[in-house]
Design a protein around this ligand. Structure first.
Ligand code: ZN
Length: 145
């Protein structure tokens, strides 16, 4: 009894026929069932690639809620104001309790601070870069074409 390829394997073959290994090619060429499935997938994939982009016969922007359009273009006041308030509170706390912070850092030697601060800054920058990259990917996924 011969075992046929799974749908996933046949789809991978149909997507990249040149990249398939010889055993896969041989089975597909010899097996009528797998060959028919692969042919169907090749036709399907080529149709998907050549399909026309859909054109709406109505003005999509008029159907969208006005708030959605306006909120996309307006400045993000809420997050910016929250960040400003937090920075302000931190600055006030640092100004009022400056002596305590100096006392807190007194036990740590200078060389330790020089080691800790660059690591923290680097990690923070890496986290920010990753966050921005994720955001860009999500936005790109929203633009379907
Ligand atoms: Zn087969």
């Amino acid at each position: 009894m011969t075992t046929h390829f799974s749908e996933e394997q046949i789809q991978q073959y149909a997507e990249n026929i040149q990249g398939a290994d010889d055993a896969t090619k041989q089975h597909i060429h010899e097996c009528e069932i797998c060959w028919a499935k692969a042919t169907n997938y090749v036709i399907l994939f080529s149709e998907i690639k050549t399909a026309k982009k859909p054109v709406f016969e109505f003005a999509l922007s008029e159907l969208m809620p006005r708030e959605a359009i306006l909120s996309r273009r307006s400045f993000p006041w809420l997050p910016v104001s929250i960040v400003l308030v937090v920075v302000l509170v931190m600055a006030v706390l640092l100004a009022f309790f400056h002596d305590y912070f100096v006392y807190l850092l007194d036990g740590i030697s200078g060389i330790m601070l020089y080691l800790i601060i660059p690591v923290c800054v680097t990690l923070f920058a890496a986290q920010c870069a990753e966050h921005i990259e994720n955001y860009r990917k999500k936005i790109k996924n929203l633009e379907f074409y």
